[in-house]
Design a protein around this ligand. Structure first.
Ligand code: NOJ
Length: 797
């Protein structure tokens, strides 16, 4: 079943049926003022912290209520509906609704009984409040007497848990007032009285463009007892009773009544934010100018589309185009900016950036905005400990140079992370390589950045210490020790256990640092790396290769994990893809390992993380057993590794396979059977249920997932073959053999590239010749200084 389509022109996903299998969300604003909104206007808002700065209430794991509700009432008949299908939920046979999720705005239109409504929701660029613009038009032939009600349900406490649970306290601390066309809410008002500023304890919900006829500041007065958001008593009666909150739940409910002649339009702008009386009046005043909202929406589009336009592709697959040009790209920015802060699944409790997640999130935006990426790389380097390891959790108020580390009890207590993880700092290598490749900024290697706890070093020095961290922590077989965990949160190999995945990461990191060392003319270090990398190669090849697969690791007690002989979890995905990505596997091993993946792990919805799922034979430390079979790490289709297998197949020149995996796991490809996927068809989730599940194909944990960046890299670097390095760009597409032509518009180091790939002979990898501005090149590599401002590139496959 299909609930919507991609509008590539507008860069919007258009939901044409509002009864989607789950709330399909969009992100507005930024964590400075964050708003999440569903296609039925459900969702919440917060200032700075999803957990501690919550201002709009939302019922998690429930029915997508409450939300940013706009009710419309026909005052002649008493009939009423909402600008979004829910909460009133009119019969879809007579109520038409469309929701357009765009880049940082959402527009919901409806048509009912001769009235069209358009509710436009956004947070203006760099502002810390939100706008709901309601436009109503009378499309009938008669004069209509109408009422509009705007409803915002404030939390009683900025901490969302306090608001939901500690009712003996939070029910008795707020008050509301009606002042100048707005409801003002205060928290702990008397305590605030003599203090400067409102300490974030005043919120407002006001409107411009109409006089408020009646209002409520008390939720129950608006909804009525034993009623729902679908039939508030105030809307039913046609007016509020001007009841303010004292010892109950606050809300902002603003009612206005007016008449619309046939064809006439009315616009009301509602604004919500965490501001005091005076400041909110000023904000509202700015919207008396009727052009402001259009200008702000244009600013948002210019900002986001400007970024996305730095890389645009045209292939025969419209789904691939929509994902790479708009939705996967936009999701990369959202995960980059929001980390795992807030969604309909994440309540905002994680008080910082996960090291590995964030360093990987950066990779997804490097080709679109290298400068933005650089800033975050700096930040993450400043969260590396002087011993070379990464802080598993980097607090939002991270204070470089002064932080405690996992060696300190205080850090463990504050973050809940008991020890270093084996992989964290190793993610820096591909990320920094990609950044320098995209920007050409080799000077970055010399930039001095502090460590998290003490001392400072150049970026190059930071990377050397990351290598040292792994070299100093080895298991009995001289592979990197498993420490607390590697990428897989559910795999405890033991402190001295050894992870094949981390070994590949380290091997790859060594290749990357060798290139950096050449650039830095550090021959002594190159010699060292050549030696240790050779040793690591021999170790991995002798211990981890088993016929047609690489094992997953060796436990502290010597038990091999992921052996062909194992009754369960005998085949693991990541060691196979990373054997290729790291450059360690030879051609034959790569072919065999990837073939085993296809044979044993592939499903119609993507590739399983491992198989068979743990049921009866989990070893101590195989925490995946906690999950149902075919779920998450227990043999589910974990989404993040899909990007790695797409990349690995592409690196092998297997364009058909790479695209097969893209298709299997891509949200856009599931658009026509969205009832199976359930999750938004325009964003990746964390995982998809696999073969053992009665709900095979159902996906979970929307939006904030490392999948955004890995799949982006798999497609851009892998399938499309954009492979920048320190000095230029290699173009090496691995595309499905039935793609006869693709074009790519890419900004590379400030220059425009118009790339055309011709594939008349139906190849899936490799190239015959390449031309830059009409000149045949020696191979498929472009040196930066041969580029003009505008460049025409033709690659013949
Ligand atoms: C989710 C975590 O956020 C990510 O860091 C981890 O790598 C995966 N789970 C796999 O366990």
């Amino acid at each position: 079943m299909k609930y919507g389509y991609f509008d590539e022109e507008q860069k919007e996903y258009v939901i044409t049926r509002p009864d989607t299998p789950a709330p399909w969300a969009n992100y507005l604003g930024s964590p400075d003022y964050g708003a999440i909104i569903s296609n039925n206007a459900g969702g919440y808002s917060f200032v700075k912290s999803g957990a501690n700065g919550r201002i709009l209430r939302y019922h998690f794991n429930s029915d997508d209520t409450p939300g940013r509700y706009l009710y419309i009432r026909d005052d002649a008949s008493g009939d009423y509906w909402s600008a979004s299908w829910q909460p009133v939920g009119k019969d879809l046979a007579v109520y038409k609704n469309e929701c357009r999720h765009g880049t940082a705005y959402t527009k919901i239109t409806a048509e009912y009984q001769g009235i069209t409504s358009e509710a436009l929701y956004y947070v203006p660029l760099n502002k810390t409040y939100e706008v709901w613009r309601l436009r109503l038009q009378n499309t009938s032939q008669t004069e209509r007497k109408l009422s509009a009600f705007g409803y915002a349900e404030f939390t009683n406490d900025s901490n969302y848990e306090q608001d939901q649970i500690n009712l003996q306290y939070t029910l008795f601390i707020t008050k509301t007032y009606f002042k100048n066309n707005k409801i003002l809410q205060t928290i702990n008002q008397n305590e605030l009285k003599d203090k400067e500023g409102s300490n974030g304890k005043e919120r407002f919900f006001g409107c411009v463009g109409t006089e408020v006829t009646s209002y409520n500041g008390d939720k129950t007065a608006f909804l009525g007892s034993y009623r729902t958001y679908g039939n508030p008593i105030a809307v039913e009666k046609g007016h509020c009773d001007n009841v303010l909150n004292y010892n109950s739940n606050s809300c902002g409910a603003l009612h206005s009544s007016f008449t619309l002649q046939p064809g006439e339009t009315k616009e009301i702008v509602y604004i919500l934010g965490r501001y005091n009386d005076k400041d909110s009046d000023e904000i509202l005043k700015a919207y008396e100018d009727p052009g402001v909202t259009e200008k702000e929406i244009q600013e948002l589009k210019d900002y986001w589309h400007g970024k996305l336009n730095n890389f645009q592709v045209n292939t025969p697959s419209s789904e691939f185009n929509s994902m790479i040009n708009t939705w996967n790209a936009y999701q990369c920015f959202i995960t980059f900016i929001w980390s795992r802060a807030a969604s309909f699944i994440y309540c905002g409790q994680r008080n910082g950036y996960g090291y590995r997640d964030t360093v990987q999130d950066i990779q997804g935006i490097i080709h679109l905005d290298p400068a933005m990426a650089k800033e975050r790389i700096r930040f993450m380097l400043s969260a590396q400990v002087d011993n070379g390891g990464g802080l598993p959790l980097v607090k939002y108020d991270h204070n470089a140079g002064n932080e405690d580390t996992p060696d300190d009890y205080s850090y463990v207590q504050a973050t809940g992370h008991p020890a270093y993880r084996a992989d964290d700092a190793l993610w820096l290598f591909p990320t920094i390589l990609k950044y320098i490749g995209e920007s050409g900024d080799t000077g970055f290697l010399k930039e001095v950045i502090p460590y998290a706890n003490k001392e400072e070093d150049t970026v190059y020095g930071h990377l050397k210490r990351a290598i040292r961290f792994s070299m100093e922590r080895q298991g009995d077989h001289k592979m990197p020790a498993g420490l607390h965990a590697d990428w897989n949160d559910c795999l405890r190999l033991g402190k001295k256990g050894e992870s094949t995945f981390v070994a590949f990461q380290l091997y790859y990191a060594m290749s990357i640092i060798k290139d950096f060392a050449k650039d830095q003319k550090d021959s002594e270090y190159i010699e060292y790396i050549n030696k240790v990398q050779g040793e690591l190669f021999d170790t991995i090849q002798s211990l981890c290769w088993e016929d047609d697969r690489y094992i997953r690791g060796i436990k502290e007690d010597g038990q091999v994990i992921g052996s062909k002989k194992d009754a369960e979890a005998s085949m693991w995905l990541n060691p196979q893809s990373w054997a290729v990505i790291s450059g360690l596997a030879d051609r034959e091993q790569g072919e065999a390992a990837l073939e085993s993946v296809h044979r044993e792990l592939n499903t119609p919805y993507g590739v399983r993380l491992m198989a068979p799922s743990f049921v009866d034979h989990a070893f101590p430390g195989a925490l995946a057993i906690l999950f149902n079979p075919s779920t998450k790490e227990n043999g589910g289709i974990f989404s993040q590794p899909q990007g790695w297998i797409i990349l690995a197949e592409s690196l092998m020149g297997h364009g058909n396979r790479a695209f097969e995996y893209f298709k299997g796991s891509s949200p856009a490809m599931q658009n026509d059977h969205a009832e199976i996927r359930v999750l938004e068809p325009y964003v990746h989730g964390q995982f998809t249920e696999s073969t053992d599940s009665p709900f095979e194909g159902r996906s979970h944990v929307h939006w904030l997932t490392g999948t955004a960046s890995t799949v982006m890299v798999g497609c851009v670097e892998g399938i499309l073959g954009m492979r920048p390095d320190l000095y230029g760009l290699r173009i090496a597409p691995s595309i499905p053999s039935d793609w006869k032509e693709i074009t790519i518009k890419k900004v590379f180091r400030g220059k425009s590239l118009n790339i055309r790939v011709e594939n008349k002979d139906g190849a899936e990898g490799g190239y015959k010749e390449m031309y830059l501005n009409g000149v045949r090149q020696e191979d498929n590599y472009i040196v930066e200084n041969s580029l003009k401002e505008e460049n025409e590139i033709l690659l013949v496959m």
